[in-house]
Structures are given as C-alpha cells and as structure tokens.
Design a protein around this ligand. Structure first.
Ligand code: PGA
Length: 251
C-alpha cells in the first residue's frame, strides 16, 4: 500500500470563524478529486463548524492544534482528547515547537498526549525539529531522534500506525527560510530508519513523514518529490487559499 500523501494546513491563532469557513469552502471546491489527504488544523472554536462541512468532502479532514495532557478534571481552559473525540475530530497536532517553546511543553507531556489521543481513536501529527544552534553544531539528527524516542517510543506497533511525523526545523518556521530538499530528505530518511529500527520495515514504510517550515508554492514540488517526504505541514501559506491549493497540486 502506498503511503498517504498529506497536505496539512496549520492556521495557528488566525482567522475568524467566517474567514475559516471561506478558506475551507475554497479548498474543498478546488480539490474534490485529489488523492492527497488535506488536513486543516484549525482553532478549537472552529472545529465543530468545519468538521460538519468537511464530512461531505472525502479527502478533507480536520485537526485540532493541541490537546490537554490530562484526561479530564479541574484544568480551566484546557480541551481533552475525549472532548475532541466527541466531535469526531480525526487528527490532532501535538508537540508543535510553538507549544514546546511558549508553553514549556516537555517530551513527557507530549508522550502522554499521544497516548490519550490514540486511546480516543484520534490520529496524531507529531511535530519535532531542531533549533538553528543545534543544526549549526551538527547535532540535528541526534536531537530529533531523541525527541521521537521520548515522545513516541512508548507506543506499540499497532499504535505507531496512527502517527504522522512532521519534521519542522524551528529555524524554518515562519522565517521564509526553508530547509533545502536535500537537508529535509536527509532528516526524513533518518527518521524512517529510526522507526524501522524500533517498529520494523512495514511500519516504517507505511508511515507518512511530512515537512514543515516555510513551505510555499515555489518550493513544495521539490520537497514533495523527495523519496521520504510525504507532504507538508504548512503554516502561513495555508491561510492563502490559492497558495495552499497550489501546494496540494504540487504532489
Ligand atoms: P510556516 O509554519 O509554514 O508559516 O513556516 C509551519 C508550521 O509552524 O507548522
């Protein structure tokens, strides 16, 4: 079975509900026949409305951008995996560098979130990626491998099938600077080998590994052409429907 191709948009804390609906409509209308899985990671406030809209479009999926590491209880302002499941949300992003950095999220918390989501039948988009400092010191592969071991390696072989890894070098997020396709492919291939070493070749071959960090229409084709790059997690360009449609069409 070929690996899933994924074009995921991460809207972060942007768009009113009306703007979000407009983007979703435009993307849904333009991509009815694609074999790419389009995933829109939208703000919590938009989830219910956009999931209702996505149900009529076979290749369009909705993701939450985060969930709590707690099951339930006195955690004011938090949203649990169980709550997302009650809306039938199919995907959730965890471990985004903006959450790791601004909210001090640890590998352990992210590992717990992964377990809670999978228990609730929600597929996980697990983000990892190194800072510029780490890349300059040539420790990027070791660093990202450790993030993956800490965040995912408590899962069993059946669970790992429901994980997509998003490699997002921090120095490329929102900066207009992208990893070259060679830099990105080097990391993706290292990630796949790491998965293979722990979960076997079949699981590694089946896992979608996507790249994020200033993916734009002018670089998506060369990135997605790489053997181990199965798509993108797109921030800024996913808010411009035409750019995102071009990115979807560049597979
Ligand atoms: P960017 O964001 O495409 O704006 O760099 C990517 C991300 O943070 O997921």
């Amino acid at each position: 079975m070929p690996r899933k191709k994924i074009a995921a948009g991460n809207w972060k804390m942007n768009t009113s509900l009306e703007e979000g609906l407009q983007i979703t409509r435009t993307i849904a209308n333009a991509n009815k026949d694609t074999d790419v899985n389009i995933v829109l990671a939208v703000p919590f406030t938009h989830l219910k409305t956009i999931i209702d809209m996505s149900l009529n479009v076979p290749n369009l999926f909705v993701a939450a951008q985060n969930c709590s590491q707690h099951k339930n209880g006195a955690y004011t302002g938090e949203i649990s995996a169980e709550m997302l499941a009650s809306l039938h949300i199919p995907y959730c992003v965890i471990g985004h560098s903006e959450r790791r950095i601004y909210h001090n999220e640890s590998d352990e918390q992210i590992a717990t979130k992964a377990s809670l989501l999978l228990e609730n039948n929600i597929e996980v988009i697990f983000c990892c990626g190194e800072s510029l400092e780490i890349r300059k010191a040539n420790n990027h592969i070791e660093f990202v491998s450790q993030q993956i071991k800490n965040g995912l390696f408590h899962l069993n072989g059946d669970q790992i099938k429901n994980i997509t890894i998003a490699y997002e070098p921090i120095w490329a997020i929102g900066t207009g600077e992208t990893a070259t396709e060679i830099e990105a492919e080097e990391m993706h291939s290292a990630i796949r080998s790491l998965i293979q070493s722990n979960y076997g070749k079949d699981n590694a071959d089946q896992m979608s590994i996507v790249y994020g960090g200033s993916v734009k229409p002018n670089n998506s084709k060369s990135l997605f052409n790489q053997q181990n790059i199965d798509g993108g997690l797109v921030g800024g360009a996913s808010l411009k429907s035409n750019d995102f449609i071009e990115i979807i069409n560049s597979f």
